[in-house]
Design a protein around this ligand. Structure first.
Ligand SMILES: [Fe+2]
Ligand SMILES: [Zn+2]
Length: 332
């Protein structure tokens, strides 16, 4: 079973051109909410109407997203033949020994090792550690390339901001990642975020790809990413490819619900095989890629005990609606 908060079609509608998340109910409410702000930013009345029209189109497509995702998934399942079936069943051999040791220490409730992996900044909790070994990463990236170029298959977008990437559910890797989440990531989450996050009983997994030459996704490619927080309680972000890559660093700011003025706190570059773990509501952005290609595997871990109380997208008690395919981790 899968569930969303009904706010998905009304809030956090992202228009890239403006680098801004809007809420949209109807045209007159839009003018009430944004006209003044947009006029102050020197947008003309025509441009403001155009933004409103774009948001209406985006809202309509959001409403159809779930049934489209369901149809797409059925089609991919019936058509896709994996390149290497060995990566679809979880195996400890995918993991770095240091990661297994880290998980063991967390299972014992010993936090010294994970604390040594915390970025030295007292204001934010960001941890970095290696997860997958080279062999798994190589098989994984070949599989990503394989499905991305597969004839007759159209893939869904990884999330509402990134264009380039593969949903792990569509690839068929969600079962494998479920084992990773339950057996390996949960013990770490319990130690570092256990006071605020309960069991993460679902996830959304996807890759994101940043490319300088823009040869991916209808020639535009993802080159950077605006400020945002994730639709996740905890995010694991593992670098799987960084070919000749310069730029596209991850910059962390403050928490989404903080009242303090926001500012940049941490700049991190990516290293293949290394994961960055942080609370989903820690705001962040990606600097422009200046050369090469980077692909990361992102796992948005969801805990219904947290999000059932307050939806991280509308900051209100969620109105939980059942969906056919897309799961945002709420549970009735
Ligand atoms: Fe993010
Ligand atoms: Zn909501």
């Amino acid at each position: 079973m899968s569930y969303k908060c009904a706010c998905y079609a009304y809030l956090n509608l992202y228009l890239e051109k403006y680098g801004y998340h809007f809420r949209y109910f109807n045209h007159s409410k839009f003018l009430e909410d944004y006209q003044q702000m947009l006029l102050e930013r020197k947008y003309s009345s025509d441009e403001i109407n155009e933004i409103s029209q774009k948001l209406k189109v985006l809202q309509d497509s959001k409403k159809q997203e779930d049934s489209k995702a369901y149809d797409r998934l059925q089609k991919i399942k019936s058509q896709y033949t994996p390149l290497n079936s060995s990566i679809f069943t979880f195996n400890e051999g995918f993991l770095e020994d240091s990661f297994k040791k880290l998980v063991e220490s967390c299972k014992r409730g010993d936090r010294d090792l994970i604390d040594s992996m915390k970025y030295p900044n007292d204001e934010v909790d960001v941890f970095t550690f290696r997860v997958f070994n080279k062999q798994f990463i190589s098989h994984f990236m070949k599989e990503i390339d394989h499905i991305s170029q597969y004839k007759g298959i159209v893939l869904g977008r990884p999330n509402s901001m990134n264009h380039n990437g593969v949903l792990m559910k569509e690839l068929g890797l969600d079962g494998m990642l479920t084992v990773l989440r339950q057996e390996y990531l949960q013990p770490i989450v319990d130690v570092v975020f256990g006071d605020v996050i309960g069991e993460c009983e679902s996830h959304r997994g996807f890759t994101v790809k940043y490319s300088y030459d823009g040869t991916v996704h209808d020639g535009t490619g993802d080159k950077q990413l605006g400020k945002h927080y994730d639709n996740a309680e905890v995010t694991l972000n593992v670098c799987m490819q960084a070919d000749d890559c310069i730029g596209s660093n991850l910059v962390f700011m403050g928490m989404a619900n903080s009242e303090e003025p926001d500012r940049e706190r941490i700049h991190l570059s990516h290293e293949v095989g290394t994961a960055i773990l942080h609370l989903g509501q820690l705001r962040h952005y990606v600097t422009p890629i200046e050369r090469g290609v980077r692909t990361n595997l992102v796992l948005w871990l969801r805990s219904s005990s947290v999000r059932n109380k307050v939806c991280p997208m509308c900051w209100d008690t969620p109105e939980i609606v059942e969906t056919k395919c897309v799961d945002d981790g709420f549970r009735p």
